[in-house]
Design a protein around this ligand. Structure first.
Ligand code: GTP
Ligand code: MG
Length: 149
């Protein structure tokens, strides 16, 4: 089953939105297979966002991510990579659909609440950055058989 890496950024933690956002993914029918509250260091943040190195927002984004704890998660489900991005909404909350996570809880691109992998390849890279293989759990949930044919 496909997996994605999601991060509740420091603003989500500071604004007490952890439960609210996790609930959305749970209720959608996705499966949480790993989760940790952690402080990201500069080295990890720079590695995570390395595709943006050289851009004006790179340094402020790294500073933001390391400013306070984050929640790192791996979620599993059918087409979970694109599904989670859809649920998150556009990068800039000003353009995010109003019912999406960024559309519901954020107003500014530099404090946009959540990160989600943008492809299956990115998900594999990011999961490996934040988790050891043995931290990703495989388990059955009672409702699994009610999610698809
Ligand atoms: P992530 O899920 O966080 O990777 O966001 P994304 O994939 O929707 O956007 P992208 O990878 O292009 O940008 C990574 C992050 O850098 C964004 O989530 C923002 O926090 C920040 N960012 C991107 N573009 C801008 C920008 O133009 N200005 C500012 N201030 N921040 C930006
Ligand atoms: Mg991105």
């Amino acid at each position: 089953m496909q997996k994605t890496f999601l991060m509740l950024k420091p603003d989500a933690v500071q604004r007490s939105l952890i439960g609210e956002i996790i609930s959305r993914f749970e209720r959608k029918g996705l499966k949480l297979v790993s989760l940790k509250l952690m402080q990201v260091d500069r080295k990890l943040a720079e590695e995570h966002y390395k595709e943006h190195k050289g851009k004006a927002f790179f340094e402020p984004t790294v500073e933001y991510i390391i400013s306070s704890p984050i929640v790192a998660m791996v979620w599993e489900g059918k087409n979970v990579v694109s599904l989670a991005r859809e649920m998150m909404g556009a990068t800039n909350p000003a353009n995010a659909a109003s019912g999406s996570i960024r559309g519901s809880y954020a107003v500014d691109i530099s404090r946009n609440i959540i990160h989600g992998s943008d492809s299956v390849e990115s998900a594999e890279r990011e999961i490996a950055l934040y988790f050891k293989p043995e931290e990703i759990l495989a388990y059955d949930k009672a409702g699994d058989s009610w999610l698809s044919e």
